[in-house]
Design a protein around this ligand. Structure first.
Ligand code: NDP
Length: 450
């Protein structure tokens, strides 16, 4: 890193001392954009990097709601509107007990560059709450979502900020949020939220988009390195929205997914995971992954131990897809993956790999599909949902899927061309960071000092 970028990072650390995830996300980007900053001295001259690491706005608010026992619960709500230079803020809402300002800021920061990479006119934002949806009744989820929207509605709009789902926020939650927005505003503004149900403005293929998009990116990345998915053994961390549809597409491409997980542990089924059963357990019944054994007694279940490598990464695989949460793969886990002969890692989750683990994997010849690029299919399809909403029409599944494939293929090309331009070899992480950063920076420069 140059002295200038070091000094920017030092300031970020000083100003955001308790926000380790945000500092990590900024460090990862700053470590890779040195060649760009050297080539474009105007960035330093106009303090562009300093401006880009500061969110445009952070909204934090109280969410009070009543549980089924009549007790009043209070949670924290957030919306970080990080950068609106290329379009309305866009990014999901996460409901998980670990949510705090640092996690919201890291996600919104990454989202800014991810959205730029899609080639679509969307800025970067993210939001959520430390509310834990696990074990809550439908009525409790609805009351929480309504209370959350009672504040959020004043900060969003189809030309202002368009939230969607993320961990803990799926079609059910988006439905309750949309209903409350419509009630308060007395307007049918379909494009204010994405990930909606098909009956009220949702897009076909949005549910599948992040997982499918990840595999379209993987297909292109493997092809560029003379590899393919066919006959490869795949393991996936997570069993939520991204994980399920990545698994589905991996099977379609002839790979065999042998393990999936949730936060408590993983299942290993050497014959290949029964994905319909995972969908039933996770999308319908909302049960723990361990219940897979009820129908498949010959599969194995391995429980995670706090502070140790999640068990899903101990299983031998050629392709590993972290699709759960941030910092899932640390240096120790990366070493284990290399020892086990992994060829490629595809980041479905946001920032699932620590910086030292990324460096170790790349140094050891593992091809890594970086989250900012590889999981952009979800937000890209959300933007296609917004387009359909404003045109008041619906495209078929095949039309949306084809556009998604084309977008992911172009994103891989942008990462790979940039990596080539700057002599970065297979470092697609740097390729993605530079390509995304350049677009946002250019838009900011054109818009003056604001
Ligand atoms: P879901 O809520 O559908 O699923 C999350 C999965 O990850 C579950 O299996 C969950 O297990 C597991 N998980 C969550 N938190 C942890 C944790 N702290 N430790 C271990 N496992 C955990 O979320 P999504 O599939 O939508 O999101 C997964 C990742 O993909 C996130 O990083 C998200 O930001 C990213 N992403 C999602 C997009 C989307 O369109 N949905 C778009 C781009 C990125 P459990 O049920 O036990 O909590």
């Amino acid at each position: 890193m140059s002295d200038y970028l070091e000094s920017v990072l030092a300031k970020v650390k000083e100003k955001n001392a308790h926000e380790s995830e945000f500092i990590q996300a900024v460090a990862e980007v700053l470590k890779t954009i040195k060649p760009l900053v050297e080539k474009e001295p105007i960035m330093k001259k106009t303090s562009l990097i300093e401006r880009l690491v500061e969110p445009e706005r952070i909204i934090s608010f109280r969410v009070s709601w009543m549980d089924d026992n009549g007790k009043i619960q209070v949670n924290k709500g957030y919306r970080v509107q990080f950068n609106g230079a290329i379009g309305p803020y866009k990014g999901g809402l996460r409901f998980h007990p670990s949510v705090n300002q640092s996690i919201m800021k890291f996600l919104a920061f990454e989202q800014t560059f991810k959205n730029a990479l899609t080639g679509l006119p969307i800025g970067g934002g993210k939001g959520g709450s430390d509310f834990d949806p696990k074990g809550k009744s439908d009525a409790e989820i609805m009351r929480f979502c309504q209370s959350f929207m009672n504040e959020l509605y004043r900060h969003i709009g189809h030309d202002i900020d368009v939230p969607a789902g993320d961990i803990g926020v799926g079609a059910r939650e988006v439905g309750y949020l949309f209903g409350q927005y419509r009630k308060i505003k007395n307007v049918y503004e379909a494009g204010v939220l994405t990930g909606k149900g098909l009956e009220y403005g949702g897009s076909l293929a949005r549910k599948e988009a992040t997982g499918y998009g990840l595999m379209y990116f993987m297909r292109e990345m493997l092809k560029a390195n003379n590899l393919e998915l066919k006959d490869k053994i795949v393991t996936i961390s997570g069993s939520g929205n991204v994980a399920i549809y990545a698994a589905q597409k991996a099977f379609e491409y002839g790979a065999k997914v042998v393990a999936m997980s949730d936060s408590t542990g993983c299942i290993y089924d050497e014959n290949g995971i029964d994905l319909e059963e995972i969908k039933r357990l996770k999308e319908v019944e909302r049960l723990r992954i361990k219940e897979y054994l009820q129908k498949h007694p010959n599969a194995q279940y391995m429980e995670n131990t706090e502070g140790q490598t999640p068990k899903v990464y101990t299983i031998k695989a050629e392709i590993v897809l972290p699709c759960a949460t941030q910092n899932d793969i640390n240096l120790e886990t990366a070493k284990l993956l290399v020892e086990n002969g992994v060829k490629a890692v595809g980041e479905g989750a946001n920032m699932p790999t620590t910086i030292d683990a990324i460096e170790y994997l790349i140094k050891n010849g593992v091809i890594l599909a970086p989250a900012k690029a590889a999981n952009a299919g979800g937000v890209a399809t959300s933007a296609l949902e917004m387009s359909q909403n404003s045109m008041r029409l619906s495209w078929t599944f095949e039309e949306v899927d084809k556009k998604l494939d084309c977008i992911m293929t172009n994103i891989f090309k942008a990462c790979s061309d940039t990596a080539k331009e700057y002599n970065l070899g297979i470092d697609y992480v740097a390729g993605a960071n530079i390509a995304g950063f350049k677009k946002v920076a250019t838009a900011m420069l054109a818009q003056g000092i604001i």
